[in-house]
Design a protein around this ligand. Structure first.
Ligand code: SF4
Length: 344
């Protein structure tokens, strides 16, 4: 699909606007239940300050996600989106995930489609693919019993696509699922992609997989009673999953390597195994990193360097994978990338 030798990357910032959540996913060390002393919700001004820092390095989008916070009504979100799109018109606002959309819909007694419409009208550019994890009912019931069903995740994504929002698909492996279940996840995405391309003339821009991070998780429910699963996935298994996904998704154009969870060295190898995108600078990340991954930001020069060293040409892009003008940092051609030690 990408014979031109370019590997794309995005200069962006992750923002995790609230850690209050009522969903209690087994693998999540980020959230705090309502009333917990460590809860936070950022103000519009605090979020804006983070975007100003992104603008200072020439970034083009934010990826803003958080917990399902029952204290935040629809208007909190629409006012936030209006504030951000007014003050930062050049930044694409890729925000929330299907479970957050379901949460707002439930609190406000609206349909998820109407919530998405209101968010789009207020300036939302895209709905990122967070919260998909493993779109297989058995696995989801075990690791995220209070999360919306796989069918709900797919429905909300299709609704977002019907409105022309930019969407991506994700996949977390290593919950003890078997190979058939991994393929089941990908099959459901591929079928939705076929339908969306036909019906809505749009679909997922990309597929991004990574192994569940386990350093600070006990996975009590998943390993309860008779159930003993081998959790997590190492580098070899991750790379094979990337390669299989490239072969499997004949209808999703881009496969993204995950340096935040695998380290830059393994993500370079993913570029040789089917991925054509090196991900993004992120600047900060708090959800996955709360479960143990160690390095959660990369400079543009680091991403360019890792792309060069894998044998490709770095190409800056925006959220829609349109190529942007790319200034190669002189440091990128000589910087040494130290492999990040990963769990086995
Ligand atoms: S993964 Fe998301 S939905 Fe699940 S508990 Fe954490 S913040 Fe909540």
């Amino acid at each position: 699909m990408h014979p031109d030798g370019y590997v794309t990357y995005l200069v962006d910032r992750n923002i995790n606007y609230t850690n209050v959540c009522t969903i209690n996913c087994q693998f999540c060390s980020f959230y705090r239940p309502p009333g917990h002393e460590e809860t936070y919700t950022q103000t519009y001004e605090e979020i804006s300050e983070r975007i100003v820092e992104l603008e200072a390095i020439g970034g083009s989008r934010i990826l803003m996600q958080g917990g399902v916070n029952p204290a935040l009504p629809l208007q909190w979100y629409t006012d936030l989106l209006t504030h951000l799109s007014t003050h930062h018109p050049s930044i694409d606002l890729d925000c929330f995930s299907p479970i957050e959309i379901e949460g707002v819909a439930e609190i406000c007694e609206m349909s998820t489609l109407d919530v998405l419409r209101a968010f789009k009208d207020a300036g939302m550019h895209g709905l990122p693919g967070g919260g998909a994890e493993m779109l297989v009912d058995d696995v989801r019931k075990d690791v995220s019993p209070k999360k919306g069903s796989p069918a709900n995740w797919l429905r909300v994504m299709e609704e977002a696509q019907s409105l022309g929002l930019t969407t991506s698909a994700t996949n977390v492996i290593g919950f003890g699922e078997n190979t058939s279940q991994r393929i089941e996840h990908m099959r459901r995405l591929r079928e939705l992609q076929d339908r969306s391309l036909n019906v809505h003339n749009t679909g997922f821009t990309s597929f991004i997989a990574w192994p569940v991070q386990l350093e600070t998780n006990s996975f009590g429910r998943r390993n309860r009673g008779q159930n003993k699963y081998t959790l997590g996935a190492g580098s070899s298994e991750y790379l094979r999953h990337v390669a299989i996904s490239r072969l499997f998704f004949d209808n999703i154009e881009h496969i993204q390597a995950s340096w935040p969870t695998m380290g830059l060295a393994v993500s370079q190898m993913a570029l040789l195994g089917g991925a054509d995108d090196a991900g993004s600078t992120m600047m900060e990340e708090n959800v996955v990193s709360a479960s143990g991954t160690s390095k959660m930001d990369a400079s543009e020069a680091e991403l360019q360097s890792s792309i060069y060293r894998a044998g490709f040409t770095p190409q800056r892009r925006n959220s829609d994978y349109e190529h942007l003008e790319t200034a190669i940092n002189p440091e990128a051609t000589k910087m040494l990338i130290a492999p990040v030690p990963r769990q086995s």
